[in-house]
Structures are given as structure tokens and as C-alpha cells.
Design a protein around this ligand. Structure first.
Ligand SMILES: Cc1cc2nc3c(=O)[nH]c(=O)nc-3n(C[C@H](O)[C@H](O)[C@H](O)COP(=O)(O)OP(=O)(O)OC[C@H]3O[C@@H](n4cnc5c(N)ncnc54)[C@H](O)[C@@H]3O)c2cc1C
Length: 504
């Protein structure tokens, strides 16, 4: 680290969110410093990261580094939920996800950020941050008491649950509190071929447990209990976890032949969101802004996506100052929607469990999740991970596609409620204003689906009766797109009401 103390962006935190933000900004040639304490507090935690996180890692240019780190392959999940039979999800063999230890993942992501030009300030914690008309002044302290003052026009708080600045706007979910009890176990000879590489998840009367493999023999097992009923004084965390495992039907049995690798430890896992995720000069990224149930195994992916977008937001503001408020509002709106849609998704699981166990642990969680999630569709992770992806439900697109196929000709006319609206969108890692096509069904507007420009397509469609002719006309005026992508975009345009079939 050089003696430099003035930067364009200060990123606090070296987890997935902080490293994603810093990496994107450094790749966009900004002067970025990343501040990280000696080692993360929850060092022993193991996390399952699904294969779909690869796309984000690749967008950040760090997928090769993560693959090279040799994390244990994540091949799928087995879930025993609400007394139902096992439900399994197998990921494709060629591109598995990763089971990571939290320290190891941070190490890889921080090194990858440094390789992109991020200045690292390791072994230091941010103690305070003050914003003035000249930008931020951040006071950092090293383990030896050394004090350093940093300054920058932009600050990204990615300090996770600690939430250096995020704490000021944090809104905890007050009706539920959760404590995670964590311990690693070794089972010589492995845990059985049928669960090799899989995350195992099981609910029971008043809690749920899951187990993340870190190798063929070692698994990190966590129970999520109601913090209000968990008395930690004088009680061995390992013994508390044993009590919870005894309530399960499957995971407890698997652990019978395993021996603990540590004493076990506990960490808070209660939920929260923020009343505001960004303002000019500041973005709260990842867990600093909001925390969702690890039930979904989307925490790391959510943090990567949030950090990536925080980087895009700061980048936009730094190169195009008049767009600052638009960029900040875009980030804020997306972070809100991400939190709400994860809560909606969790509500479905909690309601199932509430029906099965009739216990307040589940009914309060179901109600809290339903309230926090509000109205809307369930979780569409593709949409959340790739901001700007189509908001039209997949089932509607499929129906529209079948209708197109069943007809002899397109007979397309412009939809009766189509209008043009100006919307913020991401283009080339920057937030821009674009003309979108909106309809009564999708007032939020859409412009691109699979890189197909819906405006051009909708203008050309009424002139062509056959899909191949329309496709070829489109490719003549826009960057050519493959037929499957074009068909998806065409079906989306019909599903959204941008196009209608004549005589419908
Ligand atoms: C029990 C449990 C199990 C989980 N399991 C999974 C799972 O299986 N899969 C999954 O995807 N997610 C899981 N999660 C969620 C996942 O851990 C988080 O969502 C993810 O790590 C968030 O990334 P982040 O970068 O926002 O924050 P963090 O990973 O928490 O990183 C925060 C960073 O900020 C640093 N920091 C803190 N204070 C300061 C300060 N004052 N100054 C500078 N730096 C600071 C920390 O040292 C750290 O580097 C789990 C969470 C819990 C609690």
C-alpha cells in the first residue's frame, strides 16, 4: 500500500459485496481503496454458492480465480421440508456451484480485486465516516492502534452485519430473531454417495438445520433457532446444537457417526433491511443493507450482485455527474425489490412449515415474511441477478410462444396500450436513461430481451407474416441475434401486450 490517502471510491469490507464493487470500479479505471479488518468474525462459516453465481463471477472477471481456488464442488441440494419426502435438486455436472469456507472465499476475492488494481488496506477497520460537501473522510484504525484518514467522493459500505453507516438506516425484522449455531463435523469414509457434494436442509418443529460439505469428510452444520428462546449463558454451543439435531429425522442420524472438529460457535442471523440503500456519494452493498434467510443459499450471490450494482452506481456518478440521482434511485429501488422478493419466496417455505408443525416459530416467520415481501411475483433470481432482464413471467412467454407456433401467420399489430417511457437501465456497466416500451400489463417498460431491441422488432413485426422473414428483416437493421433469442423476444413482446395478433 502506498502512502496515498485520497481516492475516488473507498470500499469498506472485503466480503463478496465489497470485493465485487471494488473490482468493477478498478476495472473501470477508478482509484479505489478497500479496507478490511484482519479476519472476518465468522471465520469458520461454510457457505454453499449455487452454479448460477458463476455468471456474476464471470462478469466481474474473477470466475477463473474462484475455480482455481479448488473449492469443493456444489452438486445440488437435498431438502426434507415440512415433513415431506426428500426433494432433490441436482446441478449440471460440468458447471457445479461451490462450497466455500468464508475466509477462503474472501481471500480469493480480495486477491482478485488487488490484481485488478484495487488498493488494499488490510488489517484495518473503519471507525467513523463523515460526509461533507468535499466528500467523505473516513477514519481507519489498525490492530496496533495506527490511525489513517482516507478521503473520497464516494463510499461503499459493505461491512456486512456490522454496517458501519448502514446501522443508521437499518430496519430490523422485529417479530422474529434468529441465532445460528454452527459446528464442523468429520465423518471418516464420507457421508454416503447419495449426498456427495450436496447441501442438506431439514426443517423441524421449531427450527431448521443445514449442512454444507467442505470436503468428502467434513461438513459444517448449522441450526437456526429462535434467539429469544436460546440462553447462551454457561451453555456449550455444541450441546445446544446436539439438542436441535436430536429433533431432526435425517440430519441427526447422518451425524451419528461423525465427530466434532471444533467446539461450535454461534452468530446472529436475524433479518433486517434498510430504509434507504443509497444517496449521492454512498451505497450500502450486500449484507450491510439487508440480510435474508440463508435458507435460499443466495446470500453470497445477492451480495455479489449488490456490490456489482453499487460499483455501477458509483461509476455512473463519477463519469456522468448529472446522472447521479438517477443511478442512486435505481440502486435503491433494486435493493428494495431484491429484499422483498427473497422474503416472498421465504414466505412460501415458512407457510408450508407452519402448516406441518403448527408452531409459533414458523407461523411468526411466515407472517413476517409475507408482510415484508408485499405483493408481487415469487422470486425470479435471473431477473435479480441480471438487472434489466425481462420482467415478463416465463409462463406467459411460453403461452405466447405456443400461440405463435399454432398460427399459420403472425398477423401482428401494435398492442392497443403500447406507449414509450423513459427508464433507467444498465448499459455497459453504466446506468443510462433509455426509451422503453410500456403497456398496461407492464407499465415499468422493457427495451431489450436477450439483446433483441423490442422497439425495432415491434415496428417491423406488422410488415411480416412469417417469423423467419421478420427475423431476417430484424437482423438486417440491428446486430444479428440467434433465432432462439429472437423467438423468446417475440413471444415476450406478445406476452407483454406490445404486439397483438390481428383478429384476436
Ligand atoms: C449462519 C449463516 C450461514 C450462511 N450460509 C450461507 C450459504 O450457505 N450460502 C450463501 O450464499 N450465503 C450464506 N450466508 C450469507 C452470507 O454469508 C452473506 O450473505 C454474505 O457473506 C454477505 O456478503 P457481504 O460482503 O455483504 O458481507 P460479509 O461477507 O459479512 O463481509 C463483510 C466484510 O466487512 C468487513 N468489515 C466489518 N466491519 C468493518 C469495518 N468497520 N471496516 C472495514 N471492514 C469491515 C468484514 O471483515 C468483512 O470483510 C450465511 C449467513 C449466515 C449468518
Amino acid at each position: 500500500m502506498s502512502d496515498r490517502t485520497s481516492f475516488e471510491v473507498i470500499v469498506l469490507g472485503g466480503g463478496p459485496a465489497g470485493t465485487a464493487a471494488a473490482t468493477l470500479l478498478a476495472r473501470r479505471s477508478h482509484e479505489v481503496v478497500l479496507v478490511r479488518p484482519p479476519s472476518p468474525p465468522a471465520g469458520q462459516l461454510a457457505e454453499s454458492v449455487p452454479p448460477s453465481a458463476r455468471r456474476l463471477l464471470s462478469e466481474l472477471g474473477v470466475l477463473d480465480a474462484v475455480e482455481a481456488a479448488g473449492f469443493y464442488a456444489n452438486t445440488g441440494n437435498t431438502v426434507w421440508w415440512a415433513n415431506a419426502n426428500a426433494r432433490g435438486e441436482r446441478f449440471g455436472g460440468n458447471e457445479p456451484g461451490f462450497h466455500v469456507d468464508r475466509v477462503g472465499l474472501e481471500r480469493v476475492l480480495v486477491a482478485a480485486a488487488e490484481a485488478c488494481g484495487v488498493r488494499l488496506l488490510l488489517g484495518m477497520s473503519a471507525r467513523s465516516a463523515v460526509q461533507s460537501e468535499h466528500g467523505w473522510s473516513v477514519t481507519c484504525e489498525g490492530t496496533d492502534g495506527e490511525i489513517l484518514e482516507l478521503s473520497a467522493p464516494w463510499l461503499i459500505d459493505a461491512t456486512g452485519r456490522h454496517g458501519l453507516l448502514a446501522r443508521e438506516v437499518r430496519e430490523p425484522d422485529r417479530s422474529t430473531t434468529t441465532l445460528a449455531l454452527v459446528r464442523r463435523f468429520r465423518r471418516p469414509g464420507g457421508w454416503g454417495d447419495d449426498v456427495l457434494g450436496q447441501t442438506l436442509i431439514e426443517s423441524y418443529e421449531d427450527g431448521w438445520v443445514w449442512s454444507v460439505p467442505l470436503s468428502a469428510e467434513i461438513r459444517c452444520t448449522t441450526a437456526m433457532v429462535d434467539q429469544r428462546h436460546a440462553d447462551l449463558s454457561g451453555v456449550h454451543v455444541g450441546a445446544m446444537l446436539d439438542t436441535e439435531l436430536a429433533k431432526t429425522r435425517h440430519l441427526g442420524v447422518l451425524l451419528e457417526h461423525a465427530t466434532p472438529e471444533d467446539d461450535g460457535w454461534a452468530c446472529p442471523a436475524s433479518l433486517y433491511c434498510a430504509s434507504q440503500y443509497a444517496r449521492p456519494g454512498l451505497a450500502l452493498a450486500g449484507d450491510a443493507g439487508s440480510f435474508i434467510d440463508p435458507l435460499s443459499s443466495y446470500g453470497v450471490k445477492k451480495a455479489l450482485a449488490s456490490g456489482w450494482l453499487a460499483g455501477v452506481t458509483a461509476h455512473t456518478s463519477l463519469i456522468d455527474a448529472p446522472m447521479t440521482q438517477v443511478a442512486v434511485d435505481f440502486f435503491d429501488a433494486r435493493e428494495r425489490e431484491v429484499y422483498r422478493s427473497y422474503r416472498r419466496r421465504a414466505a412460501e417455505f415458512f407457510e408450508e412449515a407452519a402448516d406441518a408443525y403448527e408452531h409459533a416459530y414458523w407461523s411468526t416467520r411466515a407472517e413476517a415474511a409475507r408482510t415484508a415481501g408485499g405483493e408481487g411475483d415469487g422470486l425470479d433470481t435471473d431477473r435479480l441477478e441480471a438487472p434489466g432482464a425481462s420482467p415478463v413471467p416465463e409462463r406467459d412467454v411460453r403461452t405466447a410462444f405456443e400461440q405463435i407456433r399454432a398460427r399459420g401467420s403472425l398477423s401482428a399489430v401494435r398492442g392497443s396500450t403500447v406507449r414509450t417511457v423513459e427508464r433507467a437501465a444498465i448499459s455497459h456497466q453504466r446506468i443510462v436513461l433509455e426509451q422503453h416500451l410500456a403497456t398496461d400489463r407492464h407499465p415499468e417498460g422493457i427495451r431489450f430481451v436477450r439483446s433483441v431491441d423490442l422497439r425495432t422488432m415491434s415496428e417491423l413485426a406488422p410488415e411480416h407474416e412469417q417469423v423467419p422473414d421478420l427475423w431476417s428483416a430484424y437482423n438486417g437493421v440491428e446486430a444479428p441475434v440467434p433465432l432462439p433469442d429472437f423467438l423468446t423476444a417475440l413471444a415476450t413482446a406478445f406476452a407483454a401486450g406490445m404486439l397483438e395478433h390481428r383478429n384476436d
